[in-house]
Design a protein around this ligand. Structure first.
Ligand code: PRX
Length: 654
C-alpha cells in the first residue's frame, strides 16, 4: 500500500476540532444540521430536490434506475446543461453579471458576463455544427486557461457533443492517444500557451501528431498571442476560432438532451499504461455538481467572488470552475498562470483586487505558500475571504492550520473536499456552517452519500483503518469507461461486489465517524494533486532506446505530496550518466508531459523481482523511503536490494 508520508502526522491530530464560526453559521443558508438525517432517510428524494432546481425541458419519470453497477439518474428527463449554466441566468435578468473575471498570466484582464459567455458559447456551438459535429460526436479540447476553454466546453454541451479535454500541460503524444481512443472529430486548441512570460507553441507542437489522428476532421485554433508564434494552418482542416465565430450568428438554441446523454469524457490514470476515459452524463452530473458546489462553498451567488484555482483540464476545473459554478450563477476568477509568476504574491494580489470571498486550491500550492513565507500574504488585504477549500490530495494538518490562520485569519472555515474524477463531484467534505472540522480530515460524507472504510475481508470498520468504499449510487458517478464497460466493472465494481464502489484509497475512520484519507492503494501516484500512473511512466521510459527495464514508484515529498522515482536498468552497452538522465526526462515529457518527469532517476543493474519475475514495487518504495525492509526471501536475488539501497543513499546526497 502506498501512503503519502504525511499519514503519521495525519493520524496524530484527531484531538483538534474547530466548530463552525458563529458568524458564518448565522449567515448561512445551510445551517440546519438535520439535513444529514433527512438525506439519509430518503437519498432519492434528497437528490430530486436538487434536480428540481434545474430547468428541465421534460420531467423525469424515475429518480434512479440502479442495475448495479449501471445507473440511470432522472430517467427519461430532458435538459440542456448549457441552458442551465447560461440562458437560465440571462433570462432571469442576470445577463450583465460577471461569470468570469479572467486574469491572464501576462496581467491581461477581461470580465465576461453571463450574456457574453452565452454569445460566445452559441457561436462556437454554431461553428461546430457547421463543421458537421452532431450529438454524441466527440470534440477534443486542448487549451490554456483562457475564456475560450469554458466556452468551448459549454458549446459542446449545447449541441450534445461530448467534450474530451486534455490538460494543456500534457504532450502532443498524450493528446494523440486521447483523441484516437475517443475517435474525436474536431480538436479545439490555441496557437500557444504562456509559460512564465514566454509563449509555448501548442498548435505547432501538435502538427506532427495530428497526422496520426485520423478521426480529427477539423482543428479550431484560438489566438492567444496575437500572431506572436508561428502557427502552421493546413488548408481545409485548420481554422482560426475567432474568424469562424465571426462568420456565424449567436443564435443557437440549446438541444434538449436525455438525462443520460454523455456530457464529457475525461481521461485519468489508472493501474495500467493506458489512461481510462471516465464518462460523465448530463442530468445526474449537473445535479451533483450544483448541490455540492452550492452547499460546500455555502455559495451566495449575489455577493460571493469565488475562485477555484485549478486547471480546466482536470475534473476539479470541469465541475467547479465550469459546470457547478455556472449552474449556480456564481462570479468566478479564471486565472491563467502559476502562483509564483511574475511573483510569489500573485494569488493574494488577485484576491485583494477582486475581493475574492472563496478560495479553493490544492495542498501542494498551500505548502509552497508556507515555504515562501507568511510575509508575502501578510502584505495584502485578504479580509474579503470568508471560506477556504482544499482538494486533490490529503492535506497535512500543518498546512491546514496555516491556511486557516494565516490566509483565513481564523474567521474562515476550511473545507477539505475528497473526491475523484470518477465521482464527478465532492463526496466527503464538511458543510461549513454545520460540520466541525479536524485539520487533515475531509470529515464526513456529503448528505446522501454513503461511504465506509472496510477491512481486507470487506467488513465495515467502525473505527480504524482500511480502504474506502462508496456504498450507494450518487448522481454524478461515472457511468462507464468510454468504450470499455468491462474495464469499468472490473476496476471499480468487482472487489467488493457489483454494488459497492472500490475507491482505491486507503482511509481511516475515527471515533466520531470522521474519515481521514491516507493515499492511493493502487499504482497511482499523486504529484501535486495530479494523478499519474506508474505504468504510464514506466512504459514511456522503456520506450527510450537506452533503457532495458524501468520501475516507477511514488515517494513521499514534502512539497508535492508524492514525487516520481524511477529505477532504471540501462541497456548493457549504455553508460548511464547525467546526460542520459536528461534525455530520459525529456523523453517522458514528450510522451506524457512535463509533470510526469521523474524527480529522481536511480540506475540499477537489476530490479528486485520475485522468482516469477514480478518487479517488487513495494520493496522499491520501502527502499526509497528509507524504511526498514520486510521479508526479502521471496526475491530471486536478495543482494539486489542492498545495491539499490546504496545508490538511493548516494542519490539523496546530490
Ligand atoms: O487519492 C485521492 C486524492 O486524489 C484522488 C483522485 O484524483 P483525481 O481523480 O485526479 O481527482 C482529484 C480532484 C478531485 C483520490 O482518489 N484526493 C483528492 N482529493 C483529496 C484526495 N485525497 C485526500 N484528500 C482530498 N481532499
Amino acid at each position: 500500500m502506498s501512503g503519502t508520508g504525511s499519514d503519521l502526522e495525519v493520524t496524530m491530530h484527531t484531538e483538534e476540532v474547530y466548530d463552525p464560526p458563529e458568524d458564518f453559521r448565522a449567515n448561512s443558508e445551510f445551517n440546519d444540521p438535520s439535513v444529514y438525517a433527512r438525506a439519509e432517510a430518503d437519498p432519492s428524494g434528497w437528490w430530486a430536490s436538487w434536480a428540481e432546481k434545474l430547468k428541465w425541458s421534460e420531467p423525469w419519470h424515475q429518480v434512479l434506475d440502479w442495475n448495479a453497477p449501471w445507473a440511470r439518474w432522472f430517467v427519461n428527463g430532458k435538459l440542456n446543461v448549457s441552458e442551465n449554466c447560461l440562458d437560465r441566468h440571462v433570462e432571469a435578468g442576470n445577463g450583465g453579471k460577471v461569470a468570469y473575471h479572467w486574469v491572464g498570466e501576462d496581467g491581461a484582464q477581461r470580465d465576461i458576463t453571463y450574456a457574453q459567455l452565452l454569445d460566445e458559447t452559441s457561436r462556437i456551438a454554431n461553428v461546430l455544427k457547421g463543421l458537421g459535429v452532431e450529438p454524441g460526436d466527440v470534440v477534443g479540447i486542448y487549451l490554456p486557461m483562457i475564456p475560450e476553454a469554458p466556452a468551448a466546453m459549454i458549446a459542446c454541451a449545447r449541441i450534445g457533443a461530448v467534450h474530451n479535454v486534455v490538460f494543456g500541460g500534457f504532450s502532443a503524444e498524450a493528446v494523440r492517444e486521447r483523441m484516437v481512443t475517443s475517435s474525436a472529430k474536431v480538436l479545439i486548441t490555441a496557437d500557444a500557451t504562456l509559460r512564465r512570460g514566454k509563449p509555448l507553441p501548442m498548435k505547432a507542437a501538435l502538427d506532427e501528431a495530428l497526422a496520426e489522428m485520423p478521426s480529427i476532421e477539423h482543428v479550431l485554433v484560438a489566438d492567444r498571442t496575437g500572431g506572436e508564434v508561428t502557427t502552421p494552418m493546413t488548408e481545409g482542416r485548420d481554422h482560426w476560432l475567432r474568424a469562424a465565430m465571426a462568420d456565424v450568428t449567436a443564435d443557437c438554441p440549446p438541444v434538449p438532451l436525455d438525462s443520460e446523454h454523455p456530457l464529457f469524457i475525461l481521461y485519468t490514470s489508472g493501474s495500467t499504461a493506458s489512461p481510462k476515459g471516465i464518462l460523465h452524463t448530463t442530468g445526474g452530473y449537473l445535479t451533483g455538481v450544483t448541490a455540492t458546489h452550492k452547499m460546500i462553498f455555502d455559495l451566495k451567488a449575489e455577493t460571493d467572488v469565488y475562485w477555484c484555482a485549478a486547471d480546466i483540464g482536470w475534473v476539479t476545473g470541469h465541475s467547479y470552475i465550469v459546470y457547478g459554478a455556472l449552474a449556480n450563477g456564481a462570479t468566478s476568477v479564471l486565472y491563467e498562470g502559476a502562483p509564483d509568476y511574475p511573483h510569489q504574491g500573485r494569488f493574494w494580489e488577485i484576491i485583494q483586487e477582486y475581493k475574492v470571498t472563496i478560495l479553493y486550491t490544492a495542498p501542494t500550492v498551500i505548502r509552497s505558500f508556507i515555504k515562501w513565507g507568511r510575509e508575502i500574504p501578510d502584505g495584502y488585504d485578504l479580509s474579503s475571504l470568508r471560506l477556504l477549500g482544499s482538494v486533490g490530495e490529503p492535506i497535512n494538518p500543518r498546512a491546514w492550520k496555516w491556511y486557516r490562520s494565516v490566509i483565513g485569519g481564523e474567521r474562515c472555515p476550511v473545507v477539505d473536499t475528497w473526491w475523484q474524477t470518477e465521482t464527478g463531484h465532492a463526496m466527503i467534505a464538511p458543510l461549513p456552517a454545520i460540520t466541525a472540522t479536524k485539520p487533515g480530515s475531509a470529515t464526513r460524507p456529503f448528505p446522501g452519500i454513503s461511504a465506509a472504510v472496510v477491512n481486507h475481508e470487506g467488513d465495515i470498520v467502525e473505527e480504524g483503518g482500511g480502504v474506502l468504499t462508496l456504498r450507494r449510487p450518487w448522481p454524478g458517478m461515472a457511468r462507464t469507461l468510454y468504450g470499455d464497460d468491462d474495464r469499468f466493472v472490473e476496476t471499480y465494481w468487482t472487489r467488493w461486489g457489483r454494488d459497492v464502489y472500490d475507491v482505491g484509497d486507503a482511509a481511516r475512520i475515527d471515533e466520531d465517524g470522521y474519515i481521514w484519507i491516507l493515499g492511493r492503494t493502487d499504482d497511482v501516484i499523486n504529484v501535486s494533486g495530479h494523478r499519474l500512473s506508474t505504468m504510464e511512466v514506466e512504459s514511456a521510459l522503456v520506450g527510450h532506446k537506452a533503457v532495458a527495464e524501468a520501475a516507477v514508484i511514488g515517494k513521499s515529498d514534502e512539497q508535492t505530496g508524492q514525487a516520481i522515482v524511477a529505477f532504471v536498468t540501462p541497456e548493457h552497452d549504455v553508460e548511464p550518466d547525467d546526460e542520459l538522465k536528461a534525455s530520459l526526462s525529456a523523453h517522458v515529457a514528450d510522451k506524457i508531459g512535463k509533470l510526469a518527469r521523474p524527480k529522481q532517476i536511480i540506475w540499477s543493474d537489476e530490479l528486485p523481482k520475485t522468482r516469477s519475475g514480478k518487479i517488487m514495487r513495494r520493496l522499491l518504495r520501502d527502499i526509497a523511503e528509507g524504511r526498514e525492509l520486510g521479508d526479502v526471501t521471496t526475491l530471486r536475488d536478495p543482494s539486489v536490494v542492498s545495491l539499490i539501497g546504496e545508490r538511493v543513499a548516494a542519490g539523496d546526497e546530490d
